[in-house]
Design a protein around this ligand. Structure first.
Ligand code: DMJ
Length: 446
């Protein structure tokens, strides 16, 4: 309670951002699962002790926004409890200063929240995911307070990013963005780390605020076209999204990161909201067709080790898939089960297969991520996936996103309750949008 991360191997905790991150990232999961006692304890702690004045100097703005601000917004949306709104505003106000430190209006990747930095301390190199994943959170603060200043700040940053993207070939961006001159550099194109949620949030922001911001929709559709053209490949009855070096000559790598598996669910969500041929689209380039094939590719990644757990990175060959040596770690990341959750909700032709795949993944997690000798349910990041059974190592980390996302998506995948008026129910995708850390906020109707 009040610490950032739980260390499952020792039962102690890690200090990272100094804001009690795991509690903030878990609030809406507790509410959804009906874990009332744990939620009440968290609320009591927040009322008594949650302040942002002990935040570690030079903390990641992106992580604070998606995990803490996102978590507080959802807790408020789901309960209407003024405490959560007050805390969201307190945090958003502290972060606002960051938006004035660069010429693009995007905050530097790290901020000394409580102190003013000298100009030469401001880091100007960021990436599209970190700079471009704040829309939903800050605009939500504006929506719930009626004060437009949060939306204004984040909109200026996003305008800079979208403008820079418009001059990039096929709407695809690299993983390096200069916050002062507003340009992308480097030659690697992918949809994984440092880039992923920039694309993800284009469509989600468009949906969340009444489908009015056409530049977001156009940017998303253009990027998806570019991704289909350069980064997706078919192999053995399924599809993957790899990486391309756009230098000369262009080279394609048949490796796919776990992180890239957010994409099939995101495509299906876009189809649900009418893009790419809609939910019934069955053409080769329609979003649902590609989403189905990519979901299969993501599930295939779980076969790259002996344990049914997908590695951080997998390499695809004609004969099959294998965890990449050195990256054969499972961080209890959400993206594959996230895809299964969306597909199960949206793909009408899917039958029970998404639930079955989700069940297999959950059983592997229970079996191999359980820390030996500890209470049932104490789960950990797991290494050495390429080694045979019995040689796995638990690294002593439970990322807060495992609770915020992985367990939430799995829970929702199996939660049969119908949406009931007046309560949150199963979070209908027509009414709610999840931020990149799976924190739901209400969609504003146009
Ligand atoms: C989460 O913090 C978010 O989903 C982010 O966008 C990407 N990485 C992790 C989970 O893998």
């Amino acid at each position: 309670m009040g610490e950032d991360e739980f260390v499952p191997t020792t039962g102690k905790c890690d200090h990272w951002l100094g804001i009690g991150l795991t509690v903030l990232d878990s609030l809406d999961t507790l509410l959804l699962m009906g874990l009332t006692e744990e939620y009440e304890k968290s609320r009591e702690w927040a009322e008594r002790s949650l302040h942002f004045n002990n935040t570690v100097s030079g903390s990641s703005v992106f992580e604070i926004v998606i995990r803490a601000l996102g978590g507080l917004n959802s807790a408020y949306e789901m309960t209407g409890d003024a405490l959560w709104k007050e805390k969201s505003v307190e945090l958003a106000d502290l972060l606002l200063r960051g938006f004035n430190l660069t010429k693009t209006g995007c905050p530097p990747p790290q901020l000394h929240i409580e102190e003013d930095e000298d100009d030469d301390q401001v880091i100007e190199i960021s990436n599209p995911a970190e700079a471009g994943t704040m829309q939903l959170e800050f605009r939500t603060v504006s929506r719930i307070t009626g004060d437009g200043k949060y939306a204004k700040a984040v909109d200026r940053c996003m305008e800079s990013l979208i403008e820079a993207t418009e001059s990039e070939e096929d709407g695809l961006v690299t993983d390096t963005f200069n916050l002062n001159d507003g340009t992308f550099s480097g030659s690697i194109l992918s949809i994984a780390g440092k880039i992923d949620s920039f694309y993800e949030m284009l469509v989600k922001t468009w949906v969340a605020f009444g489908k009015k911001d056409e530049r977001y929709r156009i940017g998303y559709e253009r990027a998806v076209k570019g991704i289909f053209k350069h980064l997706t490949k078919e192999i053995g009855g399924y599809m993957i999204v790899g990486t391309m070096d756009r230098g000369r000559p262009k080279t394609f790598s048949w490796r796919m990161d776990h992180l890239a598996c957010f994409f099939p669910g995101n495509l299906a969500y876009a189809a649900l909201h009418g893009l790419g041929g809609g939910v019934n689209g069955s053409g080769e380039e329609d979003y649902m067709t590609v989403a189905r094939a990519l979901t299969k590719g993501c599930v295939e990644m779980t076969k790259g080790s002996h344990h049914g757990l997908a590695a951080e990175s997998s390499s695809f060959e004609r004969w099959g898939v294998k965890a990449v040596s050195g990256r054969d770690v499972n961080y209890l990341r959400p993206e594959i089960v996230e895809a299964l959750f969306y597909m199960d909700r949206i793909d009408k032709s899917g039958g029970t297969k998404y639930k079955e795949w989700g069940r297999d993944i959950w059983l592997s997690i229970r079996k191999f991520c359980q820390v030996r000798g500890k209470q049932d349910g104490i789960l950990s990041t797991t290494r050495n996936l390429l080694k045979p059974r019995g040689r796995l190592k638990h690294s002593g980390k439970l990322e807060s996103f495992a609770i915020a996302e992985t367990f939430k998506y799995l829970f929702l995948l199996f939660d049969g309750r119908a949406s009931e008026a007046g309560r949150v129910g199963r979070l209908s995708l027509d009414e709610w949008v999840f931020n990149t850390e799976a924190h739901p906020v209400r969609i504003m109707k146009g």
